[in-house]
Structures are given as structure tokens and as C-alpha cells.
Design a protein around this ligand. Sequence first.
Ligand code: GLU
Length: 357
Amino acid sequence: MIVIKVGTNVLSDDHGSIDMGTLTTLVEQIATLKSSGEKIILVSSGAVGAGRKELTLTKTLNRVEKRQLWAAIGQPKLLQKYMHLFEQHDIHVAQILATKEDFRDRKHYLHMRNCFKALLSENVIPIVNENDAIAVDELMFTDNDELAGLVAGMMGANALYILTNVDGVYDTNPTDPEAKVIAEILPDATPSLNFASSPRSSFGRGGMATKFRMSKRLASLGIEVLIANGKKPDIINRVYRGEAVGTRFRKQANSSSVKKWLAYQDRSAQGTVIVNEGAKQALLQPKKAASLLPVGVVDILSVFKKGDLINVIDHEGHIIALGKAQYGSDTLEKYLGKNGQKALIHYDYLVITHERN
Ligand code: GLU
């Protein structure tokens, strides 16, 4: 299964209208890929841009209201275009609009996953976007790259292709004539900040720095990520064939679906504990799976109940891990610093978030 994310900047022409030429060729490529037996989920931006082109406002609206209104008008326009183009290849499409909230609760998350599974098993291509009409502030994804990462993680996709309007991640500032696209990024690579200045569209929110962070995180969970230029001819098929186009984030060993879900829950932790240096080192050891034992916990910063998600921080306040507590903070208080007690967070329910800071 492959998740393909198409950015606003790929879908729009120089005047901000939907670029039908590009959209047509992307749909053709997706149809070809699908006919080879691959399951595909499309994450498409472009609603806000499409709505903005459609309607000249008569009243003064604030930034949020404008975005809501344009998205509400633009999303069906965008879907209509996709539907029309995919119909020519006898492919059914479905619309799924999500907010960040939909990924937070595990039960809800599993319901959403079931919906995707059912659509895929019926050979339908789900077309996903943020529910921009109702997603305001804390309900919002950082950008659609984050949404695409969440969908790829949720579905355990083999790969995520991020199609944007630049050729990939550059080794230096892309405006520098010497700048070259990095063909492959290994799991332990650290970002250089130069590529962050890559151009972004006026309607989309994503930038290369967030793409880089999200891609590395996904690759560390076992999903390969490719960033490539969606305006280039035959780009999806070329990436699929493994040609040297764009930037490929090499994946690490696959991790469980629980861990993939956990990896994106950092803002929903209810409690926080501080661990000593020994516990920190044990958790961060790359090759050994470690649970968090109460002997390594030195303090409880905010209380929590059994089953809550909790942040694990070091003495300097850096978040190093996140996991599900096997008991509440009242029980932990009795075990603090003691040997031979049940793990506070079992390894299967723990993810290291250290590299994200
Ligand atoms: N969901 C927004 C749209 O459809 C785009 C968000 C983004 O650019 O990442 O216009």
C-alpha cells in the first residue's frame, strides 16, 4: 500500500487555479499504479486554494473565517475534479476529511482505520484532506504532510510519496546554483537548516523542514518516504520503479501498529515523570528494547491514571519518551526508586521521542 500526498503547490498553476494538466497526469499515473495491484490512498491539499479562486468575498472576514469558507467551497470542487478524472479510468474515489482529534483517541483511530480498510478492499481510492472547514487552532494538523504521515502510519503503508514543487531535500540552500538534491537520507541523519528556505505556496502550509522531520519519524517506524517534484512527468511511476529521483528516506525495521500510533501522540500525554540518567541511557540505547522501570523514576511532575499516556523527561526537561502507564501516579509514588517492581511503561507501549527535539 502506498500513500501519495499531493501539495497545493503541485495542483495549482501560476494564478492559483487548479492546474488541470498536472491533475490529469497525476490521476493517470495513479490509475496505472493501481492497475499493477497496488493499493493507494491519496492525501490531497488544494481545497483552500480552489475555494479562494471560486468566490470573491463581499464581507470582511478574519483569517480563520476566510480559510473555513474557502475550504468548505473548494473541497467539493476539488473532489468533483478528481472524481471526474478517476471515472475515466473506472476507478471509484471516496472523500475522507479528518481533524487532528480523530487520531487522538485509539478507539476512534481504529474506527477510522476500519473505514480505510473497507474502502481499499472494495478497490476504492480514498482521497483525504484535513477538514479545514471545522479544524481551527488545536484541531489543526501542522500541515497536510503531518496528516499524510499519520495516515501512512495508521495503515502501515509500505511507502509515502510526498509530491511537492521542488525536486527533493537539498544539501544546501536551494537558491544556491551548486545545490544538489540528496538522493538518500539514512535514519540517523541530522537536518541541516538550509533546505528549510525552499519555496512554499501561498495557500499551503507545509515547508521542507516539517517534511524532513515527519519523513524521518515515519522512516524510523518502518515506512519509506520519498519527496519528489509532482510537476515532473511520470514522477509517481519513476519513484515506484526505484529510479533516482527525489529524496528517499531509508526505513528502519518495521514497528508495531501500537507504536506507530503512539509516535504521533506527544501532545496528548496526560502525565509526566522525570527519570535519572541511568534510565535515560537505557531507554535511548538504539539496539536494546527497554521498558521504563520505577527504579529509574525520580519524580512525578503531573499526575496520571492507569492507561494514560505519559511523557518521560530528563533532568533538563527534554522529553525523551512517551508511553502508556501500566499504573497510576499514586501507585508509582510507592515504587519510586525501588527495584523489583512492575515496569511503569512496558516496552511495547513506549516510543522514543528524543530525536524529534
Ligand atoms: N488542507 C489544506 C487545503 O486543502 C492544505 C494544508 C497544507 O497545505 O498542508 O488547502
